[in-house]
Design a protein around this ligand. Structure first.
Ligand code: SF4
Length: 511
């Protein structure tokens, strides 16, 4: 505690606290006053919270459907503080960051653009994911409403689709503000898939760029090109193909020896690119590592898998009523299968067009088989069994020199369950270099120092892997082309490349 803190005194005695004498009332989500909302064609929708690239692509994709949509800025530390100020106590970080981000944005509209709070409530709405979860996820929408009311935006509209229903929302939603039609979800998913592919390539290229910032600059050009294709309804495949020429301009030096670090964990904490995880990906790159990110599409595939799994399991239930869950009947099963294949097909086509050859979409059945001995597959919430599965997969398939599982402080499925199980997994796979680390929105120094400690070991492993390879006579030019992505049993990029040419390795390249 610093000196200023120790001098702080409450200006009210405990019995005089302002809330103490307030009349208790029942919490209600509906606004106290009747509000004359703008019709849905005039409503401006806000959302965000994915990666920077995906938020922009989704914006273009939804605008191409005639939806007035603005992507919210990336949640930062000020968003977190705003969320804490207006939210309930004991929430997890993603709640504070995302709820606070919306409140902060609306406050800015009010203060900087001079829009009255009534006008904002009348014309804006937020679209988010909802759903019933075994953790705090089930409370997100109520949390939004509570914080918005306390910040003076009582009655602000929140519209949601359920994360585990994918494109099959229609029957469950009455009077939706947005028409959550299959066409809406297909466009949305295309934007997410393309964003994932660009992000994966970015993480493969950025650590090896010879001119700092060149990868990000070209990714922005690709993003603009694809956004334009969405808006003008031109071929996305063609746009992805044209991105090849843009990405090829980035000069790379791919024989630098860098450890590969798989970043996984709770969905939002592992995926966000900002203060929500202390900029973990950029920190790792600055420390000399290459990141393997968790694409958003992994979460989507898990949701489809969970729905199918529940559907299969419910067939054995004696009670007929208990069978009517998210996906019921042969038609729904077929649609789920179709959705899975459509996602895989689009991912494959777009990846091929832009030249991402070394990435396979997750095989959730295989991952479930890896984790089933450790994690009850019936348990969902958070990443379900995926965290445990990813760690086992990384060891069995030699994917990374280090696995970091990042999670918000107090996350129930991730800290409370997966991390407990991971100690058994690391006991059975002692070669795993694993770190589970929590983000609280504060305490970055402690977080970074824990990451640095395990990164040291990962750097040693990456060096040893290269040292064991024979020395090449010459280095073929294709080595530094991003399109050259050999697949073999080596882990690090330099080792994979060298192993692929089976030539000796110059000692001058060792660091
Ligand atoms: S999975 Fe964890 S971080 Fe995400 S909503 Fe649930 S408790 Fe919060």
């Amino acid at each position: 505690m610093n000196a200023a803190c120790s001098r702080t005194k409450l200006d009210q005695s405990p019995t005089e606290l302002s809330y103490a004498n307030q009349k208790r009332s029942q919490w209600r989500e509906s606004p106290a006053q009747t509000i004359a909302y703008a019709p849905k064609e005039e409503t401006i929708f806000l959302s965000g919270g994915m990666t920077l690239l995906q938020d922009r692509l989704v914006e273009s994709a939804l605008r191409s459907h005639g939806i007035r949509y603005d992507a919210l800025p990336n949640p930062d530390f000020a968003s977190f503080q705003t969320g804490k100020a207006f939210g309930n106590k004991g929430q997890c970080n993603p709640t504070y960051f995302t709820v606070g981000n919306l409140v902060k944005y609306l406050q800015k509209l009010h203060e900087e653009q001079g829009l009255s709070k009534e006008e904002i409530v009348r014309t804006y709405a937020c679209v988010t994911m909802g759903g019933c979860g075994p953790c705090r996820f089930g409370m997100y929408i109520t949390e939004y409403k509570k914080a918005l009311r306390d910040a003076g935006f009582d009655g602000f509209r929140i519209t949601s689709f359920e994360h585990d229903k994918g494109i099959f929302q229609g029957e469950a939603i009455e009077e939706a503000l947005i028409d959550f039609t299959p066409a809406f979800f297909i466009t949305l998913i295309k934007a997410v898939i393309i964003g994932d592919i660009l992000n994966i390539l970015g993480y493969q290229m950025r650590p090896y760029e010879t001119e700092r910032g060149s990868t990000d600059a070209t990714l922005r050009q690709c993003r603009d090109l694809i956004s334009e294709a969405f808006l003008s309804k031109h071929s996305l495949l063609r746009a992805m193909w044209r991105c090849r020429g843009i990405l090829e301009k980035v000069a790379l030096d791919r024989l630098q020896i860098k450890p590969k670090v798989m970043v996984m964990g709770e969905f939002w904490a592992a995926m966000t690119e900002g203060d929500g995880n202390y900029n973990l990906h950029r920190f790792l790159e600055a420390e000399g590592a290459e990141c393997i990110p968790q694409p958003i599409i992994n979460r989507l595939m898990l949701s489809i898998w969970e729905a199918e799994y529940r559907q299969r399991s419910s067939q054995d239930l004696p009670d007929q009523k208990a069978r009517s869950i998210d996906f019921s009947g042969a038609k729904s099963r077929a649609l789920a299968k179709l959705a899975k294949h459509a996602v895989k097909l689009h991912f494959g086509l777009y990846a091929k067009a832009i030249g991402l050859h070394n990435y396979d979409m997750p095989d959730i059945d295989k991952l479930a088989s890896y984790s089933s001995a450790y994690y009850t597959l019936e348990c969902d919430g958070g990443e379900g069994h995926l965290e445990v599965a990813h760690l086992i997969e990384s060891v069995k398939e030699n994917l990374a020199h280090l696995v970091i599982s990042v999670k918000p402080f107090g996350c129930m499925p991730s800290s409370g369950i997966s991390d407990g199980i991971q100690s058994l997994v690391t006991n059975r796979y002692p070669q795993a270099n694993f770190l589970a680390v929590e983000t609280s929105g504060e305490g970055a120094a402690n977080f970074y120092s824990r990451v640095q400690m395990v990164l040291f070991k990962a750097k040693q492993s990456a060096k040893e892997e290269c040292k064991a390879l024979p020395l090449p006579d010459t280095i073929p030019p294709r080595i530094n082309r991003y399109l050259y992505q050999p697949r073999n049993q080596k882990t690090g990029t330099a080792a994979k490349l060298l192993y692929s040419i089976r030539r000796p390795f110059p000692s001058s390249l060792m660091i």
